[in-house]
Ligand binder design. Structure first.
Ligand code: ADP
Ligand code: MG
Length: 321
C-alpha cells in the first residue's frame, strides 16, 4: 500500500520584487495512513510554504519543484478536476485564526455543510443536516449551535468549527497549520485534545505544524524539524523532544518545555537570535551562527541528512555516528 503522503525533494521559491526567496529547499517527508507527523521549526523556516503544496494552495508567485504524492498521485501535476476531488475529500486543512476563515454573515452549520454539498450535491438536506450535527458533536459542540453565527462563538469554539469543517468529507489526511497558536493556553489544550482524539478514533493521518515542540511531542508519532527551509532532524516524537540529535532541535525542545516540566524553570526564555532570511542563508549549516557546538568546518558545506539507526536522521556534522 502506498504511503498516504510522500514528498520528494520539494523546493519552493517565491518570486518577489526584491529577488527570489527560496523558502523550502529539497525536503523529503512521508506520512502513512493514520499516522500523525509533527512539523516543527521557528517562524520563517518554511513550514507553511511546504504545507501549502499538499493541496497546491501556494500563491502564483511560487515555483514548486519535486514531487508531492498523495496516495501515489502527484498533486503538483494533477488535473484541476482531480485537484478539486482531492481538496476536502482526500485531504483538508485547518489554519490558524478561525476568526478570519469563517464567513461572519453565515450560520456555522451552513458553512460546515458547504464542502459536503460541493462534493456530494445529491445528498438530501436532511442527511446533510444530520451529518453537520454529528460533526458538531464530534468536536464537542451541541448540534443546536449549527444555527449560531461565528461572532456568537468563542475563539476555541470557532476553531472546533474549523475542525468539523475539515472532517466533513471524511478526508484521509488533515493538515493542521498552527491550529491553536492564536488561542490561550487552556483553550489550546482543549482544542488539541479534541483534534487528537478524533484523528485517532477516525484513523485519519495528520500533518500537525507548530513552532512548539512540546505540543508536537504529546500529539505526534514522528517529528520533522525544519530550519532555513531544510529538514534538519527526523525521528520518533519522544526521541526528538527528549533526546534531540541536532543542536537546533535540542534548542527548540529547551525553548518550549512541557507545562509542569521542571526544566521550564531553568530553560532560556527563548532561543537567542533569529532564524535566517531564506534569501540570504549563511554558508554551510544555516544554524551555525546560532549554534553553541559550531566549529569552523560547519560553515564550509551544507550538512547532509544522515541516518542514525532505522528511524532517526539529522543534518549535523557534530553528531557522532
Ligand atoms: P513558517 O510557516 O515556518 O513560519 P513560511 O513558510 O510562512 O514559514 O515562510 C518561509 C519564508 O518564506 C519566510 O521567509 C517568508 O517571509 C517567505 N514567504 C512566505 N510567503 C511568501 C510569499 N507569498 N512571498 C514571498 N515570500 C514569502
Ligand atoms: Mg507558518
Amino acid at each position: 500500500m502506498p504511503d498516504l503522503l510522500t514528498m520528494r525533494d520539494v523546493s519552493v521559491t517565491y518570486r518577489t520584487e526584491g529577488g527570489d526567496v527560496p523558502a523550502v529547499r529539497g525536503v523529503d517527508l512521508a506520512l502513512s495512513r493514520g499516522e500523525i507527523v509533527g512539523l516543527a521549526g521557528e517562524s520563517g523556516c518554511g513550514k507553511s510554504t511546504l504545507a501549502s503544496t499538499i493541496l497546491r494552495l501556494q500563491p502564483p508567485s511560487a515555483t514548486v519543484t519535486g514531487q508531492v504524492l498523495f496516495e501515489g498521485e502527484d498533486v503538483l501535476t494533477m488535473s484541476w478536476g482531480d485537484l478539486r476531488a482531492l481538496r476536502w475529500a482526500g485531504a483538508s486543512m485547518v489554519f490558524q485564526g478561525a476568526l478570519h476563515s469563517l464567513n461572519p454573515v453565515r450560520r456555522i452549520g451552513d458553512q460546515i455543510a458547504e464542502p459536503i454539498r460541493v462534493h456530494s450535491p445529491e445528498t438530501p438536506d436532511r442527511e446533510v443536516e444530520a451529518r453537520v450535527g454529528e460533526l458538531l458533536e464530534q468536536v464537542g459542540l451541541p448540534p443546536t449551535r449549527a444555527r449560531a453565527y461565528p461572532h456568537q462563538l468563542s475563539g476555541g469554539q470557532r476553531q472546533r468549527v474549523m475542525i468539523a469543517m475539515a472532517l466533513a468529507c471524511r478526508p484521509r489526511l488533515i493538515v493542521a497549520d498552527e491550529p491553536t497558536t492564536a488561542l490561550d493556553v487552556m483553550v489550546q489544550a482543549q482544542v488539541l485534545d479534541v483534534l487528537s482524539a478524533l484523528v485517532h478514533e477516525l484513523g485519519v493521518g495528520m500533518l500537525m505544524i507548530s513552532h512548539d515542540l512540546s505540543v508536537l511531542a504529546d500529539l505526534c508519532d514522528r517529528i520533522v524539524v525544519m530550519y532555513g527551509g531544510r529538514v534538519v532532524e527526523t525521528g520518533p516524537a519522544e526521541g526528538v523532544f527528549g533526546g534531540a540529535l541536532h543542536p537546533y532541535a535540542g534548542a527548540l525542545s529547551a525553548a518550549f518545555p512541557r507545562v509542569g516540566d521542571p526544566r521550564a524553570r531553568f530553560a532560556p526564555s527563548g532561543l537567542p537570535g533569529d532564524p535566517p532570511d531564506p534569501a540570504q542563508l549563511p554558508p554551510g549549516c544555516a544554524f551555525a551562527p546560532r549554534c553553541p557546538r559550531a566549529i569552523e568546518e560547519c560553515t564550509r558545506a551544507v550538512p547532509e541528512l544522515r541516518s542514525f539507526g532505522a528511524d532517526r536522521s539529522a543534518a549535523c556534522i557534530r553528531v557522532a555516528s
